[in-house]
Design a protein around this ligand. Structure first.
Ligand code: SDX
Length: 434
């Protein structure tokens, strides 16, 4: 029990001599959340928590994180089990609909997805508007949002459950097609259409790497690895991009627009964009003679904006369980693929040095999901600027699940308050007198 005065589910605030009783709620794992939804009405007082480091925006039944213990569960199932025993599409179903599907239910879901992988041919015209070299994240943002133009019935805020599910199926199905189209267009190759005899991840790999003139040799190790990587990215409670999806969705914006907003938020180098930055950082260290101590010192220098990309986390103050799984698989995958990537050795050296450095120990900075993932993406053959698109592909079911949950909770439009620190009222000054 926290040390605040908590009795009968209430905490008592004492503000300038005025006592205010605040209810609190307890989560499934015993977390305590002060419910301040009536605080301003009772007292005119609001809370201030820049970056929402201590603020819960919602209740949710989808994902549980314990940052101190390094625990991650989806709908009660440990990430270690899901990664080992499920396909990505099964985990997508679990996140969105709340239960692991039966064989029959999964086959129906899988068939629906396969039947919706095609995108309207007019979508290809959008690609003609991009200058060569446009970042894939900017492209996928536009393309996802453009789907509402091809399916205008998704704009109806009072759409039925069936219509919402059809939109969910369309988005999951078309995301692999759009992502592979972006890659093909970026290298000037003709796009490869979906082959719906293939499972979700194999279909994506085939559309991405198959060349028109020759069959693509599907490597089961690559399929298994990408399934695992996508599962590890599938959801992560109220992170920056997911909170953005919920925020945009709370205005009754359609699912395509809400997800497109999440993609934009993910792009930032402090968030999903970190996986690309990690490889750029490791390459820079390699080119600089592998001097990891120099970069550890740069990361510790407050006058140097350099940060150790792929290190640190808002919630995990222990090893990110996802990073642990990826690292464990990294060696095996590269060996199975016959790849010797020198940046892997640099990454391990950097990690070992940082984990034994007091600065990182004091701040509980550990490798996060982005630290090793890029090494595997690169081993599979994806270019650097596609890494965050792959993160978005993995996070898509989580975003959808969170958006769907928010809709079912009938939550009000999100509209935070502020503490004003600007000028007091003052008389207007005409330009002639300024
Ligand atoms: C993801 O939220 C999620 O769940 C996100 C995610 C998901 O699945 O959705 O897990 C995915 O975004 C992972 C994070 C990817 N980003 C990076 O790897 C970028 C590098 N990491 C940092 O920028 C940082 O650690 C954050 C952004 C991840 C977390 O930042 P916080 O929680 O706001 O912490 P902070 O910036 O206040 O840092 C606390 C201290 C500071 O030092 P002091 O001011 O106390 O002296 O730790 C230092 C920071 O300077 N610090 C780092 C550091 N991360 C934090 N110092 C050097 N290198 C770093 N990477």
């Amino acid at each position: 029990m926290s040390d605040a005065q908590i009795k009968n589910n209430n905490a008592t605030l004492n503000i300038e001599g005025k006592k205010i009783d605040l209810p609190y709620i307890k989560g499934t794992e015993g977390e305590i959340g002060l419910d301040v939804s009536k605080l301003r009405g009772q007292s005119g007082v609001i809370t201030l928590d820049v970056g929402f480091k201590n603020t819960g925006s919602t209740t949710s039944a989808i994902t549980f994180l314990d940052g101190e213990q390094g625990i991650l569960r989806h709908r009660g199932y440990a990430i270690e089990d899901l990664t080992e025993k499920c396909s990505f599409l099964e985990v997508a179903y679990l996140l969105i609909y709340g239960e692991l599907p039966s064989k029959e239910t999964f086959e129906k879901f899988d068939t629906q997805i396969r039947n919706h992988t095609l995108v309207h041919e007019d979508i290809q015209k959008i690609f003609n508007a991009y200058p060569t070299g446009s970042h894939p994240m900017g492209q996928i943002t536009t393309l996802v949002s453009s789907l509402s133009s091809f399916y205008p019935q998704s704009l109806n805020p009072n759409r039925s459950e069936d219509e919402i599910n059809l939109t969910i199926i369309r988005l999951l199905a078309k995301m692999i097609t759009l992502a592979s189209m972006i890659y093909k267009k970026s290298i000037g190759h003709p796009i490869i259409y979906p082959d719906n005899n293939l499972d979700y991840v194999s279909n994506f790999l085939n559309m991405t790497f198959k060349k028109v003139s020759e069959p693509y040799q599907m490597d089961p190790i690559v399929v298994d690895t990408l399934n695992k990587l996508l599962i590890l990215h599938a959801d992560h409670e109220q992170n920056c991009s997911t909170s953005t999806v919920r925020m945009v969705g709370s205005s009754q914006a359609n699912l395509y627009a809400s997800i497109s907003a999440g993609v934009v938020a993910l792009w930032g180098p402090l968030h999903g964009g970190a996986n690309q930055k990690v490889i750029e950082m490791l390459e820079a260290i390699k080119d600089d003679g592998g001097n990891v101590h120099k970069y550890i010192n740069k990361a510790k220098d407050k006058n140097d904006p350099f940060r150790l990309m792929g290190f640190g986390h808002r919630v995990y103050k222990n090893y990110d369980p996802r990073a642990k799984i990826i690292k464990k698989n990294c060696d095996q995958i590269l060996e199975n693929l016959g790849i010797n990537d020198p940046v892997l050795d640099i990454a391990k050296n950097l990690e070992e040095t940082a984990l034994n450095d007091q600065y990182f120990i004091d701040r509980k900075l550990f490798p996060n999901i982005d630290f090793y993932s890029g090494i595997i993406y690169r081993a599979i053959g994806f270019p650097l600027d596609m890494f965050t698109v792959l993160f978005a592909l993995g996070r898509l079911p989580g975003w959808i699940a969170q958006w769907k949950e928010m809709q079912s909770q009938n939550q009000p439009i999100s509209r935070p308050r502020q503490i004003y620190t600007g000028e007091k009222a003052r008389d207007f000054v005409d330009i002639s007198a300024r």
